[in-house]
Design a protein around this ligand. Structure first.
Ligand SMILES: [Zn+2]
Length: 116
């Protein structure tokens, strides 16, 4: 989570943020189910707001996050004890956070798909 700051809407800023967020989400240690619910609700709100206010930044964020999640996937095991929320979100990033550099550099908005 971070504040959206218009003066820092660069590729670097959003890809750094995505990597930090991904690491935090992968190592998330929360005690109760409600904590997890709150965490992911905040995260989803952040992403929705970003998508609304800065489509290019959102695309960069999504792509970088997809990359970070794919990296983690190599070492992922039951020992991680990810929540159901994490696994759902990981599936979302797998579909929408494609490792496509050209895509990340265009201003064209990719409509997120939700697989259900
Ligand atoms: Zn894992």
């Amino acid at each position: 989570m971070a504040q959206i700051d218009d003066s820092h809407t660069t590729k670097h800023f959003y890809s750094d943020l995505a990597h930090r967020d991904a690491l935090n989400e992968q190592q998330l240690i929360l005690v109760t189910a409600d904590d997890h619910k709150d965490f992911w609700r905040d995260q989803n709100e952040f992403e929705a707001l970003l998508a609304e206010t800065d489509a290019e930044g959102y695309l960069i964020y999504l792509t970088a996050k997809g990359y970070a999640y794919r990296l983690h996937q190599r070492d992922c095991s039951l020992a991680c004890s990810h929540s159901e929320y994490y696994l759902n979100k990981a599936a979302f990033y797998a579909i929408n956070g494609q490792d496509d550099v050209d895509m990340a550099l265009t201003v064209k908005t990719k409509k997120p798909q939700v697989k259900n």
